[in-house]
Design a protein around this ligand. Structure first.
Ligand code: XMP
Length: 485
């Protein structure tokens, strides 16, 4: 019986085992479209996700990722309240429609209004009487008025307004046509329902590819433990666009029943993982999840495969899961082990819709890791969420739980080279992906999945793939990892 096991052994492939065959193409890389689905209801312009790790994604990273068209998942090595506050911070970073508008009563004395505008740094203050908008107080109104008196005497009375359901494009037109800076939104009865400012519209135009929700705010989500229903509910209330149920092994009966419970209680997208098999994909999908996170042990900081002897080489894991997910219209996130943009192209070719990065983003300016200088070169700290440091810091339940006070680590702590800003890195990743699509004649990520043909390579093939027989003196930004340590 045991001998039989080896007769049934399957091959498993990872990034360095294969290359993609070049195919006849009629497209230029610059015309390739890299937009893709992160989850069932969330489409993004750059198919890259920052991992929920405490040295990778906090608010700064999530803001940068969403601004440039990608997406960040906040880690969960913090209290539920801290996580909720972080979601709100990202959401408030670029509000196109301000919902909790600060307004004043027409009877307010002019000097009080002046102080409010100064201290709150507001340039135009809606004036509201019994809930209805009756005017707006602008800096200009104040400039030419005495300090005594009421604001009802000096406010601008014929306010330019728009319906509460106005589109952003129409709002922009109204603002520019009337040369005003603020556009109050009102309902049928003239009740103040929101405010759009020209400044926020300009910011929005600076980031045309950004990942935004219906209200124009940046999208963000957060990781939760497998049994953390309360956290999921509170995150949804705080405006989180999705939750990632973050476990080392999601194909577990208890996790599955918890997923069912979470599904019943929240309406936002639920992404679950990690998994690495078709059977796991089937079971998770039947619990109603909207996205699958794939990868058991491929990560740069992971020791799961070494400690537990368990895992599936990443490209095989992706393709096994993607075969099931595709029929159900559920996007697959390839999580872990990605070192170059070429690995991203291979992950898409194997069936993933997006890639999740830890190490490649941990070295950016926007990551929360500590800066370290070694031999005059700048690095940032990076650690596995199953490393002793992360487990102790967050009392994480993702790894290391055997019901004792001792921990069994499944990750390591270290540092990665500083890599500049997120935007520069995303630019390089997208450039690499588009180049790959050009070689394959793929105009879209889905096209790439259809057309790609893998070819198995030997160790010699791999050696030949990297620069060889040269001492590299200048590393391009998309090939930084050659001589770093
Ligand atoms: P990369 O290769 O991008 O991988 O650095 C990031 C992914 O690794 C996973 N992760 C871990 N896996 N032990 C593990 O086995 C750990 O301590 C650990 N921490 C993170 C996670 O899926 C992440 O997105």
């Amino acid at each position: 019986m045991f001998k039989e096991k080896f007769k049934a052994v399957n091959d498993g492939y990872t990034f360095d085992d294969v290359l993609l065959k070049p195919l006849k193409s009629s497209i230029e890389p610059k015309n390739a479209d890299v937009s893709s689905y992160f989850s069932k209801h969330i489409k993004i312009n750059i198919p890259v996700i920052s991992s929920p790790m405490d040295t990778v994604t906090e608010d700064k990273m999530a803001i940068a990722m969403a601004r440039y068209g990608a997406l960040g998942v906040l880690h969960r090595n913090m209290s539920a309240n801290e996580q909720v506050e972080m979601v709100k911070k990202v959401k408030k970073e670029e509000s196109i429609i301000i919902r909790d508008v600060f307004s004043i009563d027409p009877e307010t004395p002019i000097n009080v209004a002046r102080t409010i505008m100064l201290t709150k740094n507001i340039a135009g203050l809606p004036v509201v009487e019994s809930g209805r908008l009756i005017g707006i107080l602008t800096k200009r109104d104040l400039e030419f008025s005495e300090s005594n008196g009421k604001i009802k005497d000096i406010m601008t009375k014929d306010v330019i307004t728009a319906d509460v359901n106005v589109s952003i494009e129409d709002a922009k037109y109204i603002l520019y046509k009337n040369r005003v800076e603020k556009l109050p939104l009102v309902d049928k009865n003239g009740k103040l329902m929101g405010l759009i400012t020209a400044k926020d519209i300009k910011t929005r135009e600076k980031f045309p590819n950004a990942t935004r929700d219906k209200e124009g705010q940046l999208m963000v989500g957060a990781a939760i433990g497998a049994y953390d229903l309360d956290r999921a509910i509170n995150l949804e209330k705080a405006g989180s666009d999705f939750v990632v149920v973050d476990t080392a092994h999601a194909h577990n009966e208890n996790v599955l029943s918890s997923l069912k419970k979470i599904r019943k209680n929240i309406d936002i997208d639920i992404i679950a993982g990690n998994i690495a098999t078709a059977e796991a994909a089937e079971d998770l999908i039947s619990m109603g999840v909207d996205g699958l996170r794939v990868g058991i042990g491929p990560g740069s900081i992971c020791t799961t495969r070494i400690v537990a002897g368990v895992g599936v080489p990443q490209l095989t894991a992706i393709s096994d899961v993607a075969d099931v997910a595709r029929g159900n219209n559920i996007p697959v996130i390839a999580d872990g082990g990605i070192r170059y943009s070429g690995d991203m192209v291979k992950a898409f070719a194997a069936g993933a819709s997006t890639v999740m990065l830890g190490s490649l983003l941990a070295g950016t300016e926007e990551s929360p890791g500590t800066e370290i200088i070694i031999n005059g070169r700048k690095y940032k700290s990076y650690r596995g969420m199953g490393s002793l440091g992360a487990i102790i810091a967050g009392k994480s339940d993702r790894y290391g739980k055997l019901g004792t006070d001792e921990f069994i680590a499944e990750g390591v702590e270290g540092s990665v080279p500083y890599r500049g800003r997120v935007s520069e890195n995303l630019f390089q990743f997208v450039g690499g992906i588009k180049t790959g699509m050009g070689y394959l004649g793929a105009t879209k990520i889905d096209d790439l999945k259809e057309k790609a043909i893998f070819i198995k390579i030997s160790n010699n093939g791999l050696k030949e793939s990297h620069p060889h027989d040269i001492r590299i003196v200048s590393e391009p930004p998309n090939y930084q990892n050659s001589n770093i340590y």
